[in-house]
Structure formats: structure tokens, C-alpha cells
Design a binder for this molecule. Structure first.
Ligand code: ZN
Length: 92
């Protein structure tokens, strides 16, 4: 299931903030309460790479509960590059 880290800049107060959501959604400014600020950037965190032993493991967000995303281990790779290739091939 998709998971994103969204980056926001409020044009009303120049406030910056980050928030994680299941989509690249608009949000209200936590500083001045401006309504419906669109993210200027969204990082796709559906799949993330973590070091594990001598290699790397790809984690995929399988569901989202009240505490946030729940990641499950998908596959191990000897290098970070191989893990990135795996994620790219899934997105294609
Ligand atoms: Zn603001």
C-alpha cells in the first residue's frame, strides 16, 4: 500500500513542515492554520531500504494502522544498488 512523506511550505507564513500520509495530499498549515496547502515534494516511502547484516533489505508498507505504516520485509540484497533496482522494477 502506498505511503508518502510530504514536504510543505506555507505561502502565508513561510512555515515548513513534513507529514506522512497514504497519498500526496493537501494539508492545513500547523503554524498559521492556512487551509489546503499542497505539498511541493512527495517522497515515495512505499518501499524503503534498510541495512541488514552485511546486506540490505527492502521493506514494503503492507498496511497502515493507527500508529502509522506497517512495513514487512520483502527481499534481501547484497548491495543498496540491487535493492534500488528491485524497487524500480516493481514500480515499472
Ligand atoms: Zn502558515
Amino acid at each position: 500500500m502506498p505511503w508518502f512523506r510530504n514536504h510543505y511550505v506555507c505561502t502565508s507564513c513561510d512555515g515548513h513542515w513534513l507529514a506522512e500520509h497514504a497519498e500526496a495530499m493537501e494539508a492545513d498549515c500547523p503554524h498559521c492554520r492556512a487551509y489546503g496547502v499542497a505539498p511541493y515534494r512527495s517522497d515515495d516511502w512505499t518501499c524503503v531500504i534498510e541495512p541488514l547484516g552485511k546486506g540490505f533489505v527492502v521493506l514494503e508498507c503492507t498496511r497502515v494502522n493507527a500508529h502509522g505504516p506497517d512495513y514487512k520485509r520483502r527481499k534481501r540484497f547484497p548491495t543498496r544498488e540491487a535493492a534500488q533496482e528491485f524497487i524500480k522494477s516493481r514500480a515499472a
